[in-house]
Write a protein that binds this ligand. Structure first.
Ligand SMILES: [Zn+2]
Ligand SMILES: [Zn+2]
Length: 146
């Protein structure tokens, strides 16, 4: 497995009790789809309805998926100022150095701020209702087709 950023060999390591593939050069890391879900569950377990991995926009990048070499798509994570990259073929997510720690921080803040989040969620519900019927990745594919 090669780093999408600098082509260094990724090394298996453990972050926040999860096994991830880590780049010793640029400190980025590759999370498989299920691993990101586990990262969120660690601090914010309200079920899939609340996680939803809501994204706002996506743009193609020059980085390539370590597993299939497809160009990763960059998207904005949920309502926050955090961008991640995802393989369009469902292999996983690429996080820059320490972005996994930011995910945990964001989830903790979100838990403390649940009431506000519920209101935000209401506003988004109409827009996203049609996207909730399938999996996260089928939602992503819908977005890419636009
Ligand atoms: Zn790297
Ligand atoms: Zn892939």
């Amino acid at each position: 497995m090669k780093c999408p950023r600098c082509n260094t060999d990724l090394l298996p390591t453990e972050r926040h009790k999860l096994k991830v593939n880590h780049c010793p050069s640029c400190q980025g890391m590759w999370l498989e789809q299920v691993e990101l879900g586990e990262l969120e569950d660690e601090v914010f377990d309200f079920g899939d309805r609340w996680k939803g991995s809501l994204f706002i926009s996506s743009t193609p990048t020059t980085g390539q998926c370590p597993e299939c070499a497809a160009h990763l798509e960059r998207f904005q994570y949920r309502f926050y100022d955090l961008e991640m990259e995802v393989c369009p073929n469902q292999h996983g997510y690429w996080l820059e150095a320490d972005e996994d720690s930011r995910v945990l921080e964001l989830m903790k803040r979100e838990e403390a701020d649940l009431q506000r989040k519920l209101l935000v969620e209401d506003k988004w519900a109409a827009t996203l209702r049609h996207m909730r019927s399938g999996s996260f990745f089928s939602k992503m594919r819908d977005l890419f087709r636009k």
